[in-house]
Write a protein that binds this ligand. Structure first.
Ligand code: XMP
Length: 510
């Protein structure tokens, strides 16, 4: 696609994706590449600006990351951040030194508002610092445009060559006007128009898919999650019945979910196959209690079902996947094709022969995938679906999985979801669900003694699902949920709320 773009050159900084997202928020397309691929990527992608990230190294350390000098004579504006600033300084003839103490946290910073990087900003700013090394002497052609008490060169510019650098991190929210500084660089200094929108993206993606696929056949495994659903809708808009989607319904979905997926896609022009395989899955799960065994069985059976269906549909030229940008970056491959090691599927069905992959969401972050979904008119229920593990409720029913327990859990979980949504919290809590424990306790209902299951409710807030905090759901919402569940769902007489963070807990219970 021919579009203006900014390229982020990554030196191993923890904020590389955040910088990329900040640029995209300004409607300018942006990608991140490892510094080892900087030059070849610049030649291939023709960016209108470069941003060098921070990184854990020190520029004078042996073997620390460097860039080919040629990069500085390509006439492309550069913004260096933290390590990126120090590297620019060193490579362009300045001097970098190490201090005894780390300057860390929110820092009062005086800037020079006459710099194009700081247009319309006040002299006093709060910035976020995290460094030991600092630029001690400017390279030739540069001047200082910001300073703190302990860092006399906190930002620098060479206006003529359009080289700018900041020691602090404008991409994090703690730098109060960091977003404006990035916007100034991208729009004013690099001259970006800012016309990268999801509407344009959808249009271009549909054209590209049409051109690539022509009259050939595409197969997609639809899980009903956001990524595969958006990919399915987009590809189906492009090629209609040449797309076949196989939706394996393992009977471990939440209440009404199978039907919702069917409603969203049936009759949309694609070839949609809803495989109702509950019995097959439950049979294989009989008597199995170990969580890892359950996962393995569900993953394996998923592939068997997919293969059985795949065999029926004959020739497939392309396999489509809902790979998204973090999958691509995290694989470390950057530009190579990645077969998504789908936690959901556990590998690709070997029976399906295909020539190539189609991954129309490869460039997008999760929230962009949702925006795209809305743009192309995908059912909002699917667009806003929270993450759901591939093994589904199989790992939210503790111990042996039976149809009876699944139905109890489905009803309880649906009430919890409804109440969270009624309270307007469904987009604030990143993942929330009910777990049917294997524990029974004594209770009393009317005049009767009961001996029934304990249900656990779990809600977490997180950005990356690697760490998470338990969600502070208001007592009233929990109260209403609990009252409704014990009244409306048989066989649950006690409800607990999980207040464990991750770590030490995991998000799921099994
Ligand atoms: P944990 O429980 O490890 O979960 O803190 C982190 C995130 O991963 C999801 N999860 C899974 N997803 N297959 C999946 O596709 C799995 O076996 C699985 N186990 C956990 C979990 O829902 C959370 O979003």
């Amino acid at each position: 696609m021919d579009r203006e773009m900014i390229l982020v050159i990554d030196f191993g900084g923890q904020y590389n994706q955040l910088i990329t997202r900040r640029v995209r928020e300004k409607n300018v397309y942006c990608e991140v590449v490892p510094y080892t691929k900087a030059l070849e990527s610049i030649k291939k992608l023709k960016p209108i600006g470069l941003i060098f990230t921070g990184g854990p190294n020190s520029v004078y350390e042996e073997g620390s990351p460097e860039l080919p000098e040629e990069i500085y004579s390509l006439n492309i504006p550069i913004l260096g951040l933290c390590y990126g600033m120090q590297l620019m300084a060193k490579q362009l003839g300045g001097n970098v030194a190490s201090s005894d103490v780390r300057e860390f946290g929110k820092t009062k910073t005086n800037i020079d508002p006459s710099s194009p990087l700081f247009t319309d900003l006040a002299v006093e700013q709060i910035t976020w610092m995290s460094h030991v090394d600092f630029v001690k002497e400017l390279p030739k052609g540069f001047r200082t445009i910001a300073a703190t008490d302990s860092c006399p060169i906190a930002a620098m510019e060479d206006r003529e060559r359009k080289f700018y650098a900041m020691q602090y991190h404008p991409e994090v929210n703690h730098t109060e006007n960091g977003h404006d500084m990035i916007e100034n660089f991208v729009k004013d200094i690099c001259g970006a128009k800012g016309d990268w929108t999801m509407a344009n993206y959808a249009q271009e993606a549909i054209e590209t898919i049409k051109k690539t696929v022509g009259n050939k056949k595409v197969l997609l495994a639809l899980s009903g999650g956001v990524d595969s659903s958006v990919a399915a809708k987009l590809i189906s808009d492009a090629i209609g019945e040449n797309l076949t989607c196989i939706f394996v319904d393992h009977g471990l979905m939440r209440k009404n979910e199978g039907q919702e997926v069917e409603d969203a896609f049936k009759g949309s022009g694609m070839h949609f196959i809803h495989v109702k395989a509950e019995e097959r899955f439950l049979k294989r799960l009989e008597g199995v209690t170990d969580p890892e065994d359950k996962r393995k069985i569900i993953g394996e059976e998923f592939i068997r079902v997919f293969e059985d269906e795949g065999r029926k549909i004959g020739v497939v030229n392309f396999l489509a996947q809902g790979t998204i940008y973090p999958d691509v970056i995290e694989s470390g491959l950057g530009d190579a094709a990645v077969i998504k090691s789908h936690h959901n599927v556990g590998g690709l069905p070997s029976v399906v022969d295909f020539d190539d992959l189609i991954e129309p969401l490869r460039d997008l972050f999760k929230d962009e995938v949702r925006q795209l979904g809305l743009e192309i008119g995908l059912d909002e229920k699917l667009v806003w679906r929270q993450p759901f593990p591939g093994p589904g409720l199989g790992i939210r029913v503790m111990g042996e999985v039976t149809k009876e327990k699944l139905d109890i859990l489905r009803d309880a979980d649906a009430i919890f979801r409804e109440e969270v949504a009624n309270a307007g919290l469904d987009r604030d809590i990143n993942q929330y669900f009910a777990v049917l424990t294997n524990n029974r306790t004594v209770g009393v209902m009317g005049d009767f003694r009961t001996y029934d299951y304990t249900l656990a409710l779990r809600g977490v807030t997180t950005t990356d699902f690697m760490t998470a905090d338990w969600a502070r759901i208001p007592y009233e919402v929990l109260d209403k949920t609990a009252t409704r569940i014990v009244n409306e769902v048989d066989h649950i007489n006690r409800i607990v709320y999980d207040i464990t963070s991750k770590p030490p807990g995991t998000i799921e219970w099994e």
